[in-house]
Design a binder for this molecule. Sequence first.
Ligand code: MF3
Ligand code: CO
Ligand code: CO
Length: 251
Amino acid sequence: MKISIKKGKALAGMREAGRVAAEVLRVCRGAVAPGVTTADIDDLCLKTAHAMGAESSTLGYCGFPGSLCVSVNDEVIHGIPGPRVIRLGDIVSLDVTVNIGGYHGDNAVTIAVGEIPDETRDLLEVTRRALAAGIAAAGPGRHLSDVSAAVEKVARDGRCGVVREFVGHGIGRSMHEEPQVPNFGRPGRGPILEEGMTICIEPMLTRGSSKVKVLEDGWTVVTRDGLPAAHFEHTVLITAGGAEILTPRAD
Ligand code: MF3
Ligand code: CO
Ligand code: CO
């Protein structure tokens, strides 16, 4: 297993990609409101990325038709932007990946549109905390699965399902690099993290069963029981002192 180490120019490139990915996500989330279509968010995403000198990493990736993924309510990830109208009471997951100067930055957030039930708000909060716990568990000399176990613990303590079919990943000159970063597993296994590695930690949690399926569009991943799902993601750099978020946001 070969995990790329970023230093010098590559590290500067990753920092820039992370900064831009976070800014594009910030702009997109500001546009989420009742009456807006997911295609409107897609247009804004592409325009914002282009204005910053970046390309969407997802547009055309394995044929994916969106410049970001927009997943609503029971949609977990990989929702295709389109005519769907966002309504009050929805939860909306936005997953923005951009490429600038040959480096990728990837981040996601789930937001509530107006009032949502307490148990759904709790799902969002647990998923956000699971990501934070994963990041806190990352650092040089730590096993990769320490991150996975930390995410899983928060999810389980919060009584949320952990999606197993999709995982986080290394990132760099490609959107998806080694290693895979599962959101479950026993600690003390797998590769040892080293300074200069960049990974995406991205818990995908569910309110009910963790079972998912892919819709007929070939992309959209939904919960089988129709209950809501949440997704938070950061691109992080392993540093001497731990892990630094390359896609910071105020939330
Ligand atoms: N951004 C997603 C991730 O976190 C990947 C999207 S792949 C796409 O890994 F094909 F759906 F765009
Ligand atoms: Co992503
Ligand atoms: Co990712």
